[in-house]
Design a protein around this ligand. Structure first.
Ligand code: MG
Length: 304
């Protein structure tokens, strides 16, 4: 199942996206079907995750019993989509993780091509950077001349855990979403550490949905792609990641507690704008669409 958070007349709602791109108002459906057995009716994805492991099967049963055929639900394009998760802390991110992206970055910076990180490079993006599907990314003409895109598969944590082994790692995953790790390349370089260049407001588009882990057979084998104004810029598969999902969770959770609703972006493949010759940066009006197989497409427009 694909879950999303949206607003209906200003009120938060939990939705389920159908194969036909329609959004079932799960909050309304559960309120009108009190036999669902949930401890509370969730109004967003965070509350759904907080209900624990048996919430999704209960919702599945409720959907199967409901008279959905009589309802005409709105299309995804017709609703007020929110970021799928309300972040109370930073989005965890993995730097250079795809082999060919590391090579293109090395070449663009005049380094030897085949030097790869031995440990995972972690950084983060603050909650103030997070926006949802359809929202605008600000251009920041006064701060950067090199705004760039990065499509990424992102892990959504479902259970609290510390020192999680790679063997147990997937038991801590609620599902997966898409992050576009928008980056101001000049600030990333200027400040040494990546935080500032990766953290401007609106530079963490996320969503549109969180797909439940039961719908993803192997997240280490998903096609990942990105277009700018319809032109394909990035295309790879998560099987090209140096550090797998299990390894990322094991290394990040070592001595660092992961909590329900935490998000970990797993790195981006080759094809970023700064590594092109000449570099191609994002400009006002550009429409950026980030796609991950079995999850969907996250689209945002660059605005003044
Ligand atoms: Mg990135």
């Amino acid at each position: 199942m694909k879950f999303l958070s949206f607003a209906d007349q200003g009120q938060p709602r939990l939705g389920v996206l159908t194969d036909g791109d329609r959004v079932i108002d799960l909050t309304a459906l559960l309120r009108s079907n009190p036999e669902h057995g949930l401890a509370q009716v969730p109004v967003n994805v965070n509350e759904l995750i907080g209900l624990g492991d048996d919430a999704v099967p209960r919702i599945q049963a409720c959907l199967e019993n409901a008279q959905l055929a009589d309802q005409v639900w709105p299309l995804l394009s017709e609703i007020d989509v929110l970021p799928p998760l309300q972040m109370t802390k930073n989005v965890f991110c993995v730097g250079r993780n795809y082999r060919e992206h590391i090579i293109e970055g090395n070449l663009a910076r005049g380094r030897p091509a085949n030097t790869f990180p031995e440990a995972i490079e972690f950084f983060s993006k603050p909650p103030t950077a997070v926006i949802g599907h359809g929202a605008n990314v600000r251009r920041y003409a006064n701060l950067t001349d090199s705004l760039d895109y990065e499509v990424e598969l992102a892990i959504v944590i479902g259970r609290r855990g510390t020192n999680i082994s790679r063997e147990d790692a997937l038991q801590y995953v609620f599902g997966y979403t898409i992050v576009n790790d928008i980056t101001a390349r000049n600030l990333q370089q200027l400040h040494g550490q990546w935080l500032k260049g990766k953290s401007l407001d609106t530079t963490c588009p996320m969503g549109p949905v969180v797909v439940h882990c039961a719908a993803v057979e192997n997240a280490n084998n998903l096609d990942v792609s990105l277009t700018v104004n319809g032109e394909l810029r990035q295309a790879d598969n998560t099987s090209s990641m140096i550090f797998s999902i299990e390894t990322i969770i094991e290394q990040l959770s070592a001595g660092l507690t992961l909590e329900p609703g935490d998000v970990i972006a797993t790195g981006t493949p080759k094809g970023v704008g700064f590594a092109m010759t000449p570099p191609r940066c994002l400009n006002i009006g550009d429409v950026v669409s980030a796609t991950v197989q079995h999850i969907g497409t996250l689209t945002n427009t660059i605005a003044a």
